[in-house]
Design a protein around this ligand. Structure first.
Ligand code: PLP
Length: 432
């Protein structure tokens, strides 16, 4: 064990997991590549969990950050006007499609979701929340309470009454034979049944990730969340789209993940990629919802001059370079290449994804059961071959990939080649 790893284990909680048998220390980066403390360089297809959205050392973001640091002021607090915060809020409100939108900035996705839940429960005077099975919305008391993935449930206590809906579990025996339309109809019928028989009326909201991040990039059929919204709006319940992983065009087809469902939500939460590594999250909501909280509220660090300067530069870059289009184009190349590579491999299950957000399930070659052990092997194998990827899924058996949205075609092909070779190597050993 390295000296740093040993020190890490002594002072960092044991529930903060590290990737790899010999964990990596990344010390520098440029473009789509990072270099570790031993000097080895990797192509990065996970980007600090989708957070280095433009890759590393992007001049526009670096300069915006340096300009702000150069003023001598990186923090003032929300007690004062912050020009970069107001400008960023104006851009996000416009992009959200939400009418009369207002924006509240936080430091993380967790805080963003806490705020969204506070808005919805206050507006509806109800603590009844609907979430999806296999969901992950953060690590705080409230966020854990709406997490539908047992591996991330660090407390059984809850400020909400929560019901979990179907939507990303069509592999279950009850649904396995259904096509998209049949599954969608079954899910909507179940929602109506839950509303009628299991809730105490007056549900506050549904919160959902359009593509589940920690859940292994599992997703509902396009349109399902829109159908849920139609039913819920009959009784005034609100729709929160957790776009912490799916925003900014990453899914290729839309700027917001939920747009695949033909609905504009009442509330959007975001974080991760917006600051290209600087801590920023937030909530976009209809003005009446945002203004409807009874008490005072601040976020000391939320929306500070430094993170909002970096975020504005990042957002401008995404829009000016049409990175959504890049995500659509290169995502399609990689996903179809992965499907082709996976077809003959008995230990590879589903390949799924949208844009530059794609996953591969590893399964036991003889039983077809989820195989977290094989997924771990592929993670090590790709590292050996110079590619960083992620892992997730309800059973820890899904490889998750989310390269920088600035990815070049050459990098896409290189990464695809390493992934395919690694899957083949692990499959050969598993089926020997
Ligand atoms: C969909 C989703 N929501 C919320 C969060 C929590 O964000 P944070 O870790 O910034 O608190 C995450 C983090 O992985 C996430 O993937």
């Amino acid at each position: 064990m390295s000296e740093l790893h040993e020190r890490h284990r002594r002072v960092i909680p044991n529930w903060v997991a590290l990737y790899y048998q010999e964990p990596l220390e990344l010390v520098s980066g440029s473009g789509s590549r990072v270099t570790d403390a031993t000097g080895r360089t990797y192509l990065d297809f996970f980007c600090g969990i989708l957070t280095n959205m433009l890759g590393y050392d992007v001049p526009e973001v670096r300069e915006a950050t340096a300009r702000q640091i150069g003023t001598g002021v990186v923090h003032t607090s929300t007690l004062y006007l912050i020009r970069s915060q107001v400008e960023l809020a104006e851009k996000l409100a416009r992009l959200s499609g939400i009418s009369d939108a207002k924006v509240f900035f936080t430091n993380s996705g967790t805080e963003a979701n806490e705020t969204a839940l506070m808005l919805a429960t206050a507006a509806r005077r109800s603590n009844q929340v609907l979430a999806l099975r296999n969901s992950y919305h953060g690590r705080s008391f409230g966020a854990v309470a709406i997490t539908g993935n047992g591996a991330w449930k660090s407390s059984p206590l809850a400020p909400f009454s929560v019901h979990y809906l179907h939507g990303t579990d069509r592999q279950l025996p009850a649904f396995a034979s259904l096509d998209d339309a049949g599954y969608t109809a079954a899910c909507v019928a179940d929602l109506r049944h839950v509303l009628k028989t299991a809730t105490a009326g007056d549900v506050a909201c549904l919160i959902a990730e359009p593509v589940q991040g920690v859940g292994g990039f599992t997703m509902p059929p396009d349109g399902l969340l829109g159908e849920y919204a139609a039913v819920l709006r009959e009784q005034g319940a609100l729709i929160i789209s957790d776009e912490v992983q799916t925003a900014w065009g990453r899914t290729g087809e839309h700027f917001w993940g939920i747009s695949a469902h033909g609905v504009v939500p009442d509330i959007i939460t975001f974080a991760k990629g917006l600051g290209n590594g600087l801590a920023i999250g937030g909530v976009i909501a209809r003005g009446d919802l945002m203004d409807g909280l009874p008490g005072n509220g601040i976020s000391t660090f939320g929306g500070n001059p430094l993170s909002t300067a970096a975020a504005s530069a990042t957002l401008d870059y995404v829009l000016a370079h049409d990175l959504q289009r890049n995500a659509a184009d290169l995502g399609a190349v990689i996903i179809s290449g992965l499907r082709e590579a996976a077809a003959p491999l008995a230990s590879v299950g589903e390949v799924r994804g949208k844009g530059l957000m794609f996953a591969v399930d590893l399964v036991d070659p003889s039983t077809g059961a989820p195989s977290p052990a094989l997924a771990t092997k592929v993670l090590e194998e790709t590292r050996e071959r110079g590619l960083l990827i992620g892992k997730g899924g309800l059973y820890g058996h899904a490889l998750r990939m989310a390269p920088p949205m600035t990815l070049t075609e050459a990098d896409a092909k290189e990464g695809l080649g390493i992934l395919a070779d690694s899957l083949r190597a692990v499959d050969a050993a598993a089926t020997r």
